[in-house]
Ligand binder design. Structure first.
Ligand code: BG6
Length: 461
């Protein structure tokens, strides 16, 4: 074996409740922002497919967990849907949801698969969105109550908790770039959302520690390192600013307990700082995470600002840099994203050298493929050699980082089975297991799923 991994390395995958469970209107669940948005604007979703049924994990979890076992999982992340557990956002807990999540957790443990539970994966309950979503401090308090309820209900069995998945995405998607409902364009409101999310996170960590839950708590961040076009001072400065806005804005407060000073300065100069309440900075300072999840898909490449800012346009991050398309970059032709494997190593070195070598794991990495059915072979399963190669090439760099002392505890692929992915619905397939939308959501293990089992059994390749 050329690439052995440390003992007890986590091999598994990540998913989320809203993207897999389906049963959106069953057993007491109330709509999230996604159900609502789809009901008023189905055209915004690929093939108009909404979150109603997704992959029906709600009913098929036993079969799916058996498939996780078959594909070598020793750990698996999903999320608890706030809109299922506490359908009105605050108040009564839905016993049917407690039963469901309890059964899933028990079934994972019975199969020797460590459950990793995340508490928020873009899925704001609609009743909370009506109160202003993350712009509202009432919603922050409601979230902390939801998190505390989860710790109380499942803290006896779940050892790895995460407050948020990719919390910058709702800022980008709902407040800057109009990818997600409510499609607002307002940097300052987005900054408020970011700050309130960090406060919600820190307060949930604080509650977790006060309750003395027997486990660890962290957050999952999508780290998208910024690389300058050249070593020219202006390009380097542009890359640094993009890095501050999109990575360090969350990474620093959750690990070091404070915002990067140069980011604060950039926002202050532009009058873009959010309102910060008394005690916010103290709660952030006092509650660093135990464990970080790193989602890595692709780098961000930038250059010094060259294009003019449209007259009168309100502040956007892109006023400070331009995106840069690097000639000759490697592309995943089925998704259009750049593939640059060694970036995963750069992240590991950065965490080692600048973040106290804190424990982390790769919590998402993966390859989305549109039209993947064309790779089905004569035996009827998808022959996704490109995905195997994608994973191997990234793991080689993870291996190197580990050898050089980085504190990486595992690797989770996005994702276990093809799932519904927000406005992209089922467009890009990422799973080790195919979900056939034409055939009653039939599950078939792909070639990568068989390979992943060997990878995990051998603890390397
Ligand atoms: C990740 C998200 O960043 O990207 C997932 O955490 C999402 O929720 C995944 O499904 C894939 O996104 P897409 O747009 O390629 O389907």
């Amino acid at each position: 074996m050329s690439y052995p991994f440390p003992e007890n390395f986590w091999w598994g995958s990540a998913a989320s409740g809203p993207q897999t469970e389906g049963a959106a209107q069953m057993d007491g669940r109330k709509p999230s922002m996604w159900d609502y948005w789809h009901s008023i604007d189905p055209e915004s979703f690929h093939n108009e497919v909404g979150p109603e049924n997704t992959s029906d994990f709600y009913h098929r979890y036993k079969q799916d967990i058996a498939l996780m076992k078959k594909t070598g999982h020793n750990s698996f992340r999903t999320s608890i849907q706030w809109s299922r557990l506490i359908p009105d956002g605050v108040g009564e807990v839905n016993q049917l949801a407690v039963d469901f999540y309890g059964r899933v957790i028990d079934e994972l443990i019975a199969n020797d698969i460590e459950p990793f539970i995340n508490l928020y994966h873009f899925d704001m309950p609609m009743c909370m969105q009506e109160k202003g979503g993350w712009e509202s401090r009432e919603v922050v308090d409601a979230y902390v109550n939801f998190a505390t309820t989860c710790f109380r209900l499942f803290g006896d069995r779940v050892k790895y908790w995460f407050t948020f998945n990719e919390p910058i995405v709702p800022v980008e998607a709902s407040y800057l770039y109009q990818w997600h409902y409510p499609k607002i364009v307002d940097f300052k409101r987005g900054a408020q959302v970011a700050h309130n999310t960090i406060v919600a996170h820190a307060k949930a960590v604080e509650a977790f520690k006060k309750m003395k839950v027997d486990g660890e708590i962290g957050i999952i961040l999508n780290l998208t390192p910024s690389y300058p076009r050249s070593e020219d001072v202006e390009d380097v400065k542009a890359a640094h600013i993009a890095d501050l806005i999109f990575n360090r804005s969350f990474l620093d407060p959750v690990t070091k307990g404070e915002y990067p000073k140069d980011l604060v300065e950039i926002l202050r100069e532009r009058n873009m700082l959010p309102t910060i309440e008394v005690d916010d900075l103290t709660v952030i300072k006092n509650n660093p995470i135990d464990l970080l999840g790193v989602n890595y898909y692709q780098p961000r490449r930038v250059k010094a600002k060259e294009t003019p800012i449209p007259d009168g346009e309100a502040f956007m991050p892109e006023h400070l840099f331009d995106p840069y398309i690097m000639p000759g970059r490697k592309i995943n032709p089925h998704r259009g994203w750049e593939i640059c494997e060694e970036v995963i190593y750069d992240i590991m070195v950065d965490l080692r050298d600048h973040y106290g070598n804190l424990p982390f794991f790769i919590s998402e990495n993966g390859m989305g493929v549109e039209g993947e059915e064309k790779f089905r072979n004569a035996e009827g399963f998808i022959e996704d050699d490109y995905r195997i190669e994608f994973i191997q090439e990234h793991l080689k760099w993870v291996h190197k980082g580990l050898q050089e002392g980085a504190n990486c505890l595992g690797y989770h692929l996005w994702t276990f089975m093809d799932n519904w992915s927000w406005a992209n619905a089922y467009k890009n397939r990422y799973g080790l297991v195919e979900v056939d939308l034409q055939k009653d959501l039939k599950r078939t293990v792909k070639k990568s799923g068989k390979w992943y089992k060997q990878l995990s059994e051998n603890n390397g390749f």
